[in-house]
Design a protein around this ligand. Structure first.
Ligand SMILES: NC(=O)c1ccc[n+]([C@@H]2O[C@H](COP(=O)([O-])OP(=O)(O)OC[C@H]3O[C@@H](n4cnc5c(N)ncnc54)[C@H](OP(=O)(O)O)[C@@H]3O)[C@@H](O)[C@H]2O)c1
Length: 338
């Protein structure tokens, strides 16, 4: 231990030990504009030095490019890290904005082979269903995913963007180690059913976009102007026009709490997720995404901030005031079905 390392936690009942914060790798190859690849690779290494052990990708991030990008790091540190990837969203190469959700067994089996090949590993530590296909019963998908565990292709199962009922139904077929869904100061709908269900079942929660896709760091004063032309956030309602201006104004209490603590707004946003999870009594491993060493240092340091009840009372009302939905189309999110 160097004194800067983060503490560890168990990823769900009976799960592996991981650092209390993971690293989202998506932005290194997808969605958030150009990447300095050398710095991104150095960020993967720096994260590990700081005690980050859960690394998150998905087959659809850059049509498999993100899995390929992290593969050398994964192979160099195979026994030190917990590798998570996902299947279930099929992108259209001719129109990347078009996506099909597929949970059927045949698709799942072709996806897992593709991920294993691109990552260059024999086993995926945590394999998520990325989105729910309403045409396939979740019990069927969980059963097909469980076969992968029996075959040694996958160690543990996870689900992304599911409701509490869906989690319970899948967990009855095969233990689910983790639910990964958006959870932040801006996005709290998971607290209605998914979070309580996970807490009751001993399933870990892996909040994605805990920094509100960067917005909660206070980095965007005029969001659209500051994003590159290929940045996916240009299409996201919370980042556009009047919504972005209204949402920027909501950061005032985040800035105030940060200033009083000598912290950054992003650190307060990450500390808030930990505090909420503690309140709900569940194990949590947020996966903020960054491609920069200085930011992974800043973000991991947030895990040492314990917010007080007074601070939480100032921050908790923010989510109800956020302008704009999480996605351009809410049809494939759990919130859209709750
Ligand atoms: N299951 C799902 O459906 C789903 C959906 C979305 C994301 N995810 C996963 O969750 C991970 C995290 O989510 P996310 O990347 O969407 O959002 P996020 O973690 O909320 O925010 C990431 C953004 O914040 C910036 N950032 C990070 N740390 C910062 C800091 N300290 N100061 C200023 N800016 C900072 C990053 O820029 P730089 O990279 O330039 O630092 C990036 O633009 C992804 O990487 C992905 O693995 C899963």
């Amino acid at each position: 231990m160097t004194g800067t390392e983060i503490t560890r936690t168990t990823l769900g009942t009976g799960g592996p030990e991981v650092g209390v914060q993971g690293l989202g790798c998506m932005g290194m190859s997808f969605a958030y504009g150009p990447t300095d690849e050398t710095e991104a690779r150095a960020t993967l290494e720096r994260a590990l030095e700081l005690g980050v052990t859960l690394y998150d990708t998905a087959d659809m991030y850059g049509f498999g490019e993100n899995e390929k990008f992290i593969a050398p790091f994964v192979r160099a540190h195979r026994d030190e890290i917990v590798l998570a990837t996902k299947f279930g969203i099929q992108l259209d190469p001719d129109d990347p904005a078009r996506r099909t959700i597929r949970n059927d067994r045949g698709y799942l089996r072709s996806c897992v082979e593709g991920s294993l090949r691109r990552l260059g590993v024999e086993t995926i530590d945590l394999y998520y269903m990325h989105r729910r296909d309403p045409d396939v019963p979740i019990e069927e998908t969980a059963g097909a995913m469980a076969e992968l565990v029996t075959e040694g292709k996958v160690r543990r199962l996870g689900l992304s963007e599911v409701t509490g009922d869906e989690l319970r139904a899948a967990h009855a077929v095969h233990p689910i180690a983790a639910v990964q869904s958006e959870w932040s100061l801006f996005s709290r709908d998971v607290e209605r059913t998914a979070v309580p269900a996970a807490a009751g079942l001993g399933v870990a929660f892996v909040p994605y976009s805990p920094l509100g896709r960067g917005f909660l760091t206070g980095a965007f004063t005029d969001a659209i102007q500051e994003l590159s032309s290929d940045d996916f956030r240009r299409t996201m309602p919370r980042f556009s026009g009047e919504n972005a201006a209204a949402n920027a104004a909501l950061l005032e209490p985040v800035r105030a709490v940060a200033e009083a603590r000598g912290a950054t707004p992003g650190q307060i946003a990450l500390a808030w997720v930990h505090a909420r999870a503690e309140r709900h009594g569940l194990s949590v491993v947020p996966i903020p995404g960054t491609r920069k060493r200085s930011r992974v240092e800043e973000n991991t340091a947030a895990s040492r901030i314990a917010l007080t009840a007074e601070e939480l009372a100032r921050l908790d009302p923010i989510a109800d005031r956020v302008a704009g939905t999480r996605y351009p189309s809410m049809s494939f999110t759990s919130a859209g079905r709750e």
